[in-house]
Design a protein. Structure first.
Length: 93
């Protein structure tokens, strides 16, 4: 697989984990590789996204463009210009 330059959108709630950045640009072949690189560069951010087993937490939505990519989608090949968005669940009452 070829690595592509992709943009990762960081939600407001997680920006403290990556020096306040609202987006990051990485070269990665798959969403799984994006997560691996985030773990190397911003371990606190990765801990907020993934559990101890490396699975995306249930209350986090991980999207490539408009497609939810949890589970098997983590191995989907990325294309240049794709946007990976992280969405924490919103709840309230």
């Amino acid at each position: 697989m070829t690595r592509s330059s992709v943009t990762i959108r960081i939600p407001t709630q997680l920006r403290d984990c990556c020096a306040g950045a609202s987006k990051l640009v990485l070269d990665a072949a798959t969403p799984r590789e994006v997560l691996e690189q985030l773990g190397q560069r911003h371990p606190e951010l990765l801990r907020s996204i993934c559990d101890e087993t490396g699975s995306v937490r249930r209350h986090i939505g991980l999207f490539v463009n408009s497609d939810l990519v949890q589970g098997r989608g983590l191995d989907k090949e990325l294309s240049p210009g794709d946007v990976v968005s992280i969405f924490p669940a919103v709840s309230g009452g």
